[in-house]
Design a protein around this ligand. Structure first.
Ligand code: G6P
Ligand code: ZN
Length: 583
């Protein structure tokens, strides 16, 4: 057996290693500085209780972006030196964020071992490559991101760190080959197990969905399908699940080979960045090359986000979660016995609220960030949840889950078509959405993003909006001047949330303007960017009249958009005459 020794290396703090809820995300060039990653990893070990490190089993993997392979070797050597008993690595260092959550919760080692946490190496939907982003976050025993108490401790540690422990003489482990490498250190044995990246996750999906019924749908020639992984880690799960398990044609997968730089693209599944899929689905500017598929979907780099499309049809993420919730009990075996509750983030449209009301379900509106759902799920209060930011999921894990969302939609389609597969016409994505609007009304919805705005200017704009809230007559006067037909603002505030589980209070979670007719304008600064500030404007209008639910959404929302830009003095503060991205 190869033996290793432990070295204490002197180091000094780096500024700015504050992990957000999605971990520490920075440019690769920063991460490559000597000791930068080491400091963060040691600070994390030091923030965990001893039992979660000494003798523990920890997972290390991610979306495969540039610098992941180097980072994995560093983390293995530091884990060995810190007394970790065993490291589990997905083959080639690949595990989607939802798969990590599933592995923590479900995987049992040959000797009965269970993981107590995971380092996830990803910057999610941010581009990758030598000049782009890298990221690292720690997830806990429940499979969800570390709570603020831990991330605060990590940050505090990064500010005073003086040394870290590392097994410098531990040889690099070949993470491309499945199997266990065993080593011996001063504290005893240390193993690195490289395991199959997809099998635990696929096993879990099979306990949730009826794969046979989805297989039948995919085998029907009238149902055509396309999945775009944007060169992220979702590709390996797509191959295993859609092709090998469900029988989809290999040609229905695009960009499904993970690449360190995501092929130079921006791995974010929306109408702007998922260009190839959008064109295939007949939604692109250039028009389709042939008949578009009936169903299309995409994922982000680490496969926790999803976008659902029908033929020439976009499903807003806010509608998607509402539709999944409305159909789950009938269409998805995991939910047969009913939903414990549903939840959405504040800026997400109120489509889910109406479903909850109609189905008499517990309902929660939480601040942006998946951790708020995790608390509800751990307390047994929530089964399905979603966000406007292309995140949808359930209590099967503690992360949002891009492939799960696709399987949920395929299940609904399979259920709606179970007696129709031999008939003339199938019920397709657009039909399901239109029926939903006919039953519940439609929430016209759009989001304007202003990326990489000067941070000072963004702060001033937000302060201006808060100040403006103190006088609703002034607000309504501005509205009358720009758009006389838009209804009055009846309430304006900054969203604040009291967590019903731990009573913690989260303040300043977005500025809201609520209109008499149920419309809403929400303004927030993004918490996930890595350069400058990103201002997000969320625009929503409810239409109950079935005769009026079929309009083009940008057209229907134009008056409210005009009001939003005027109220916020967007151009004055930012110098921008148009958003960077519209979703
Ligand atoms: C991550 C989180 C989501 C959240 C999103 C918001 O993806 O996991 O829960 O909705 O960030 O991002 P933003 O850039 O709007 O802060
Ligand atoms: Zn992601």
């Amino acid at each position: 057996m190869v033996m290793f020794t432990v070295t204490r290396k002197e180091t000094s703090p780096f500024e700015g290693q504050k992990p957000g809820t999605s971990g520490l995300r920075k440019k690769v060039t920063l991460f490559k500085q000597p000791n930068y990653l080491h400091n963060f990893v040691q600070s994390t070990f030091d923030a965990l209780s001893a039992g979660k490190v000494t003798g523990a089993t920890i997972v290390v993997s991610g979306d495969g972006r540039y610098f992941s392979k180097d980072a994995i070797q560093v983390i293995i050597k530091m884990a060995a030196a810190n007394g970790v008993r065993r490291i589990w690595v997905g083959q080639n260092g690949l595990l989607s964020t939802p798969a990590v959550s599933a592995v923590i919760r479900e995987r049992v080692g040959a000797d009965g071992s269970k993981a107590t946490g995971a380092f996830i190496l990803t910057a999610s939907h941010n581009p990758g490559g030598p000049h782009e982003d890298f990221g690292i976050k720690y997830n806990m025993e429940n499979g969800g991101p570390a709570p603020e108490a831990i991330t605060d401790k990590i940050f505090a540690n990064t500010k005073i760190i003086k040394e870290y422990l590392i097994a410098e003489d531990l040889p690099d482990v070949d993470i491309s080959v499945l199997g266990v490498s065993s080593f011996g250190g001063p504290e005893g044995p240390f193993d690195v197990e490289v395991f199959d990246s997809t099998s635990d996750y696929v096993t879990l999906m099979k306990t949730i969905f009826d794969f046979k019924s989805i297989q039948k749908l995919l085998a029907c020639p009238k149902f055509t399908f396309c999945y775009d992984a944007l060169h992220g880690v979702a590709g390996i799960y797509a191959k295993h699940i859609f092709v090998e398990e469900l029988g989809a044609n290999e040609s229905s997968l695009i960009n499904c080979t993970p690449k360190e730089d995501f092929g130079g693209g921006h791995p974010d599944p929306n109408l702007t960045y998922a260009k190839e899929l959008v064109a295939r689905m007949g939604l692109g500017k250039s028009g389709p090359q042939g008949e578009p598929p009936e169903f299309g979907a995409a994922a982000d780099g680490d496969a926790d986000r999803n976008m659902i499309l029908g033929k020439r049809f976009f499903v807003t993420p806010s509608d998607s979660v509402a539709i999944i919730a409305a159909n789950a009990v009938q269409a998805i075996p995991y939910f047969t016995s009913g939903l414990k509750g549903v939840a959405r983030s504040m800026p997400t449209s109120a489509a889910l609220d109406i479903v909850a009301k109609n189905l008499n379900l517990k309902f929660f509106e939480v601040p942006t960030g998946w951790k708020f759902f995790g608390n509800l799920m751990d307390a047994g209060l929530c089964s399905i949840c979603g966000e406007e930011s292309f995140g949808t999921g359930s209590d099967h894990i503690r992360e949002k889950d891009g492939i799960w969302a696709v399987l949920a939609w395929l299940s609904i389609l399979a259920y709606r078509n179970k007696d129709k597969l031999d008939g003339e016409k199938l019920v397709m994505v657009e039909d399901i959405v239109l029926q939903h609007w006919a039953t519940y009304g439609r929430h016209y919805y759009t989001r304007y993003d202003y990326e990489n705005v000067d941070a000072g200017a963004a702060k001033e704009l937000m302060e201006h909006l808060v100040n403006l809230q103190s006088s609703l007559p002034d607000v309504n006067k501005i509205i009358r001047e720009v758009r006389p037909n838009v209804s009055n603002v009846v309430q304006a505030d900054e969203f604040e949330y009291k967590d019903p589980v731990d009573d913690s209070i989260s303040k300043h979670q977005g500025i809201r303007y609520l209109f008499e007719d149920g419309s809403r304008l929400v303004f927030r600064l993004s918490g996930t960017g890595s350069e400058g500030a990103t201002i997000r404007v969320y625009i929503e209008q409810y239409e109950k009249d079935p005769m009026k639910t079929g309009r083009d959404s940008q057209e229907a929302l134009a008056p409210l958009v005009g009001v939003a830009l005027k109220l916020s003095k967007m151009q004055e503060f930012t110098g921008r005459s148009a958003p960077t991205v519209i979703t």
